[in-house]
Structures are given as structure tokens and as C-alpha cells.
Design a protein around this ligand. Structure first.
Ligand code: FPP
Length: 240
């Protein structure tokens, strides 16, 4: 069934959308504002995109909120990002307005503050039985580190005699995303065409969509354009 106005096929909405929310800094600079203001607008926009995904029937949404490399940014900017995250987690139930959304956080908990770790645990636990949308926040996340961790766990299991063969599924089930299907569509905003260490194992067969729009301006209309492009492509998974 096609929506007459925007022509999205509701039957083939991507099951899992992953987003690299890029361009907050440039959005702020263009307006003579601080980078922190850009992140604030970016986090407001994220709320709208979560809602849009929920309404469209996307089952999993994963966003890149903070990479293991982002610690290298000025302290004031890192502090602001952590504050926005803590704020979101603290108010998650109110933010979601009773929607059936499960919140999960992937990435290394160390060296996040105790306050943030406690909130992550609280929100994950409070929403764990919800099943309409899984909203996954990648926080202090690095794809290479994720694979290194999985391989270390494989080594430990092998030493203890719990593993006799290494294969793709043994690696997949030791990633942060073990019970989450791979993304169907990866979106990056702001015109940059890189993957930046995001879900590098999981996006092997994902469709990529790059938008020139800066993240704070990336609206539901732009999301629908990305989905439309995805739906016009034919995924072959290595076949013909
Ligand atoms: C990239 O833009 C964006 C980030 C590093 C942070 C993204 C985080 C948010 C949108 C807030 C997340 C909040 C919640 C509630 C999960 P950039 O700063 O690299 O932009 P630039 O390339 O234009 O400088």
C-alpha cells in the first residue's frame, strides 16, 4: 500500500535504520552559535525522528550519539553532550509520551559517569518489555573496539573449552548488538561520506544513504526521502 503524498511503501519500511547524526557543529556555526547549541538542536531533532520512525513502523532505530573518538573534543562540548544524554535518559518516559519504545544503549560503559551508567540501567530495565520500537543509542561506541571485545571473549571461551570453532555467528553473538538484526539502511547527514567506525561489522549488507542536510534540519520529510530511495534499490546480498 502506497501513501499517495510521499509514496512510501508501508509494507517494505526498513526494519532497522541506523543514523550517523552529523552536522550539529556546522549548523551552529552558520548561525553564529556555539557548538553546544548545535548539539542541543540536534537532540531536539532526534526526538522528532524517533517519533517519525515509531509512527512509520520502523522496528529498530540506532543512532550514533557519542563515539570513542569524541572524547578528543573540547571539554565543554563533551560535557554538554553528556548533559544532553543524561537529560534524555532521566526524562525518557516523559519524552516517549507513553509510546511502546524500548531504550537500549550500546558501547563501553567505562568511562561514562556513574550517574549516566545508573540512568542507562534504570531506563533499559524500565523499558525492557516494550516491543514496537527499539531505540538504540550508541554511546562511547567504537566498531573496531566492539570487534576486539568480541574476539577477546572468544579467546576466553576457547581457553575454557567452551568454543571449538570461530565463525561469523560466534562473533555476531558477542557484539553489543547480539540480539538486534543488522541495519537495512544506514543514513549519514551533512554531506560527509564516511562510516566513522559505526557498526562496521553490522552494516556489511546495509544500503547507504548520504544526505547533504545538517542533522538539526533533517526532518521527517528527509527521512521519508531516504526510505523512498532505499525502497527503490534492489538488495542482492551478494547474489545476482
Ligand atoms: C556530529 O556533529 C554529532 C555528534 C558528535 C553528536 C550527536 C549527538 C546528538 C545529536 C545528541 C544526542 C542526544 C541524545 C539525547 C541521544 P558534529 O558536532 O561532528 O558536527 P560538525 O561535523 O558539523 O562539526
Amino acid at each position: 500500500m502506497r501513501n499517495s503524498k510521499i509514496d512510501i511503501d508501508r509494507e517494505t519500511i526498513p526494519n532497522h535504520i541506523a543514523i550517523i547524526m552529523d552536522g550539529n557543529g556546522r549548523w551552529a556555526k552558520k548561525r553564529g552559535l556555539s557548538r553546544s547549541m548545535g548539539h542541543r538542536e540536534g537532540s531536539k531533532n532526534l526526538r522528532k525522528i524517533v517519533e517519525a520512525c515509531y509512527n512509520m513502523g520502523v522496528r529498530y532505530l540506532t543512532v550514533y550519539a557519542f563515539s570513542t573518538e569524541n572524547w578528543a573534543r573540547p571539554k565543554a562540548e563533551v560535557d554538554e553532550l553528556m548533559r544532553l544524554l543524561l537529560d534524555y535518559l532521566r526524562n525518557a518516559e516523559k519524552e516517549l509520551k507513553g509510546k511502546d519504545v524500548r531504550i537500549r544503549v550500546i558501547g563501553e560503559k567505562y568511562p561514562l559517569s556513574k550517574e549516566i551508567v545508573n540512568e542507562i540501567e534504570r531506563v533499559e530495565n524500565a523499558t525492557k518489555n516494550r516491543k514496537t520500537l527499539d531505540f538504540i543509542i550508541a554511546l562511547n561506541y567504537g566498531g573496531r573496539q566492539e570487534i576486539v571485545n568480541a574476539v577477546s571473549r572468544i579467546l576466553e571461551d576457547a581457553k575454557e573449552g567452551k568454543l571449538i570453532e570461530v565463525n561469523e555467528s560466534e562473533i555476531s553473538r558477542r557484539l553489543y548488538t547480539s540480539e538486534i538484526p543488522d541495519p537495512d539502511l544506514l543514513i549519514r547527514t551533512s554531506g560527509e561520506m564516511r562510516v566513522s567506525n559505526f557498526l562496521i561489522w553490522q552494516i556489511s549488507y546495509s544500503e547507504f544513504y548520504f544526505s547533504d542536510v545538517l542533522w538539526p534540519d533533517f526532518s521527517e520529510k528527509h527521512l521519508k526521502e531516504a526510505i523512498l530511495t532505499y525502497q527503490s534499490r534492489q538488495r542482492r546480498f551478494g547474489g545476482i
